[in-house]
Design a protein around this ligand. Sequence first.
Ligand SMILES: O=c1ccn([C@@H]2O[C@H](COP(=O)(O)OP(=O)(O)O[C@H]3O[C@H](CO)[C@@H](O)[C@H](O)[C@H]3O)[C@@H](O)[C@H]2O)c(=O)[nH]1
Ligand SMILES: [Mn+2]
Length: 477
Amino acid sequence: MECTSPKHPLNSSQLLPRRFFNRAFALIYSFAILTLFYRHATTLIQSPINLHTFFISLPFIVSDLILAFTWLNSQCFRMNPVIRTPLPENLPKAFSREEFPALDIFICTADPYKEPPMTVAATALSVMAYEYPAEKLSIYVSDDGGSELTLFALMEAARFAKAWLPFCKENRIMERCPSAYFANTCASHSASGDIQIMYEDMKSRIEKVVERGFVDDEYKTSAEAFGKWKKEFTTKDHPAIVQVLSESGCDKDFIGSSIPNLVYVSRQKNKAVSHHFKAGALNVLLRVSAIMTNAPILLTLDCDMISNDPTTTHTMLCFFMDRSVRPELGYVQFPLRFDGINNGDIYGSELRRAFHINPVGMNGLLGPDYFGTGTFFSRRALHGGPSSYIEPEMVELGPDYIPGKRSNSPHILELAHRVAGCSYEEGTNWGSKDSDMVHWLRTITPATGYTVRGGGPYFAIQRGLLFWRIRPYLWLI
Ligand SMILES: O=c1ccn([C@@H]2O[C@H](COP(=O)(O)OP(=O)(O)O[C@H]3O[C@H](CO)[C@@H](O)[C@H](O)[C@H]3O)[C@@H](O)[C@H]2O)c(=O)[nH]1
Ligand SMILES: [Mn+2]
């Protein structure tokens, strides 16, 4: 990746002037706390040794100590708030599209009934339609539900993408998740009649299949992987499945342009081997994508997190293509925004403090924490800190490995199935507690998510983009 020219800065950062008030306030407040503890101490010392007084005062002192400790910890968010602003308008002046790095996008799903396959397909379509060179874009969907229904939905999405992608690009559509676009009647474009019919057809086919609970034989001929769902196949015990549903370079859209890679992955499961939930799924995607495309930048998304801005990738590049930032950059975290929860957000469900206010404070320290979704990672950063490099056990998993051109070739597919095996991690550094090569392991992801009414959640670009500098030991989800 090339450097940015100083003539065209790709981002700027601003230390918020309010930090002086915050610091002054913190100083005054600390004196007040010290005074309080002075009073507690003198009460204890001066009062005659009396067990009653002692046992009454003790809980107050302990409570005040806990409150003071909590307050002290929260002050780090107020000392150095920094707003970082991407300047994507400078990107075309500094780089041509040919210079953009490849991008691998990971989407996780776990249950076709709690996370409808149609939602997974919509999320995949919203990122397949990014304003990004299609031959550099690959979408990997991990299906921990091991469901042929999800595979079917993605197969349909791959087909619909051939019409949807050129439609979005020609008409400069902003909302590239089809369900969100068609739900917004004002946004519907005059040319959208045919495409809407195609979309409704796809939706009804997917929903019918989900309602019935199995995929008809007539559809099964289009993807070899359907053959894996044999009688003994269960969600908790089944072989690895990797199916390339669209292959950039080979598959074209309706106007003859390239379309991104779309790959379905359901890792091997075995009741005797712990699968480590979402973290285990991300580990597998990290390995399968390394073998197939090995993009230097990764995006992780939950299956219900559609992207609502096709130029999100440009915003991310404003940091990843900046030479002064890049060597230390571990990840760029987009704030989460939950839309349409209720009027005025009376229950605080937008979680503004967690996703907007505190991260701006952490921006001025080392950076915000990883929210688990809407995050662009540097692949290199997952192999150790800037000055250390942890060699993976297979050369094909290294960040500098250049994979073969055809991700659908038998050799690459054979390797991809191998690294998606349930006991692959045994005896390796993957997920090891003591290893520097910290992966995404050990998250205890709740099996069910909450539903956000009104079409959310979205992840969105906004002022105050956040990023995190390399600190590998903190990269646990
Ligand atoms: O065995 C599992 C369990 C979950 N998931 C996926 O993990 C994601 C998050 O799980 P969910 O149950 O939806 O949790 P939420 O509370 O909605 O998610 C928030 O909290 C999680 C941590 O608890 C983070 O991992 C998520 O990124 C964050 O959005 C979803 O896409 C799931 O499909 C898997 O892939 N495999
Ligand atoms: Mn969720």
